[in-house]
Design a protein around this ligand. Sequence first.
Ligand code: GCO
Length: 463
Amino acid sequence: MSILDHTHPQASADADLLRYFPKDFVWGAATSSYQVEGAVNEDGRGPSIWDQFSATPGKTYQGHTGEVAADHYHRFKEDIALMKSLNLGAYRFSLSWSRILPQGTGAVNQAGLDFYERLVDALLAQDIAPMATLYHWDLPLALHEKGGWLKRDTAQAFADYAEIVARRLGDRVTWWQTHNEPWCIAYQGYGIGIHAPGLKDMSLVPTVGHNVLLSHGLAMPRLRAHVRPGAQVGITLNFTPGYGADEQPSTLAEVGKAARADRWFSDPLFKGVYPDGFFADLGVAPPLIKDGDMALISTPIDFLGVNNYTRTLFQATGDGSRSKKVDLVQGSLYTDLHWEVYPPAMRDVLVWLHKEYAPKMMLITENGAAFVDDWDGSSDHIHDPLRTAYLHDYIRAVGEAIQQGASVGGYFTWSLLDNYEWMDGYSKRFGMVYIDFPTQRRIIKDSGLWYANFIRQYKMHQS
Ligand code: GCO
């Protein structure tokens, strides 16, 4: 089959691709609060570190902020209708902590909880299962001002917040996730400073990572106490595996470092230890670990959320003395974020996770691609064959992992909507639905039509 055959929105899915996926496999799409909601000053929401970071000159593309974003706060019903027409079985969203607790702790803003309750009820009314992520990077600013993730108190505050949410929504939400990508929270936010809160101090990174893990461990029993029987509680990690273009010792060393970085959070969660050598790779001291921390962190989870977009390829330099990342792999396609399209990495990550930790269940909680979309300003169509091909090929890779024994129960595209791509603002589009930001008009892209058609065929194949 050529790329054009399978990127046609009405293409019939190859039968063996459909066969890979077990019964009751969940097909969904994902977003996050700060990236889509907007309404940052409404109904009592308190500021988060992303409001502050994005308002700081020079931090984001052309100073873009999430002030309006995709206006999902006001348009969630329209967006749920779009989800329905895409045949989605589930929607992964995150909650804004500072909508619910404007100061991070203390007084609860009922209007914030009310919003998520309306969202969840509207999803359920359409038979779309809600997946709630409690933290997708938007720490209440008030907590940051008291030390943020550098403080163990923040872990405690997170567990309190988790319980408040679970008490309100626990009877209705199927899937719960404590965190999204602790790796990014710690490394990008505190180490290299490209994300909020924008600190650039590698020595802080282990402590931040540890406190985020601790907050997860503290929240687990608080969630379990208030969610309905059968609800699943987990966490999402991001994985970017390293490969070697040669077998030089320096290349193997880089690949080894990448492997340890991929284990930074999964080893503590599943084995109760940090990967040997990881902090030395970063050139920093390990975090302070108190008695009982690792046992708490490795509390069993019901599922592991896996985010994968790309890989890193390392190659020895001319004289073979050192190796570095290959910036442009010959023959590879790159997305608009300059991420190499490499579906085998998805398969490899899932098979490795399965063998290494045997999680009860894995869900792909994010996978997708930014490509430039051309819209002529009037038509109802957006042709995005590269995004469709990306989704098709990565879904196939997930299927291959399942065939090799990995237990995967669902797949969520990143993203449902074009949205606020953090430091890149609105300049990068990941959506299956196009958003014309000045008018907030929504147009389902060909990739969305393709996904809807694929899900429809999957359902027919099951029945
Ligand atoms: C993530 C990110 C998303 C990004 C996406 C593309 O969880 O990785 O949080 O919010 O928008 O990954 O960079």
